[in-house]
Design a protein around this ligand. Sequence first.
Ligand code: NIG
Ligand code: FE
Length: 390
Amino acid sequence: MSSTVITNIATLVTNDPSLGDCSPLGLIQDAAVVIDGDRVAWTGESSKAPATDNRVDAGGRTVLPGFVDSHSHLVFAGDRTQEFNARMSGRSYTAGGIRTTVAATRAASDDDLERNLTHYLAEALRQGTTTFETKSGYGLTVADEARALRIAAAHTDEVTYLGAHIVAPDFADDPAGYVALVTGEMLDACAPHARWIDVFCEKGAFDGDQARAILTAGKARGLHPRIHANQLSYGPGVQLAVELDAASADHCTHLTDADVDALANSATVATLLPGAEFSTRAAWPDARRLLDAGVTVALSTDCNPGSSFTSSVPFCIALAVRDMRMTPDEALWSATAGGAAALRRTDVGRLTPGAYADLTFLDAPSHVHLAYRPGVPLVSGVWRRGVPVA
Ligand code: NIG
Ligand code: FE
């Protein structure tokens, strides 16, 4: 196995608080990283780096753990420009637009869906994302949900069954029948392709009892729950996530004090998705309130053609810092180690010995520039599993 040392790193973010400056980001200045095969073998000051077979000069750039985008919806076809235009002219977001994407997705071929997925994955990779989760949820038939998951599973291990995105249009008059399908035949067809099960718990989608039934059925088939919770209104989603030990409650835009307390006393991560509030002109989730209460927060894109059509984690970091009162350090932690926690992973989202050598290079003296220089393409290199890929 060949080893490589990357030297001349202005700031290295390890996410190991025992290293460097002892902050949660574990920052090391004038740093080096040694990579053995696909894993990190050593991190420290450049002057102390051990000799290796290969040497790479980072040219004074910043190196971060690759972003962990723990929430996206990338198996889809079609476009909702008109809906976005209408919103920007004053219309409000409703989940009803999901039906437009369901129709386009059902009509698309497998090749079309795969081409679309790989297009957005390449886009995300160029912006520093090295781990991503993605969901079904735009098929809503047994065959269409299973094929979405099959296509996703060819590109990531973090695949989520979201048959319960909305009640399928074909079951508009029989929501109970649709829940029976999602927990029965559709679950049987989908479980082999997925690691996670998700439900959109919201007025107009699934209520608390339906969501509990769906997630419990998924758990019984070995899928672990995550949940779209409290996005458009107050509701039972967050409490249900905690009750079922969901890895993550996603959106968390409308929270009571009891919701915040429940999250703080649980292993459930609050995943905030500011691209959705940006693209729907909604009020921001209160990241500060969650962080001050001791909740673990992740930051992800929610990339989908309706509510958040961005694949850019740097953009979400800038929004979180400017509009959700996160510090640049907190936002970066949430987009790396926080995303890993939301996927219950310890092998990504950090640059510590034994973790995957997934590295994002920034053409900047520190990670703070991600928020300080919003909209500027600072990502100038990406390594995944020890290999340069962008
Ligand atoms: O996470 N909230 C539910 N699902 C997506 C939006 C899907 C869509 O509008 O197509 C979300 O925001
Ligand atoms: Fe979502």
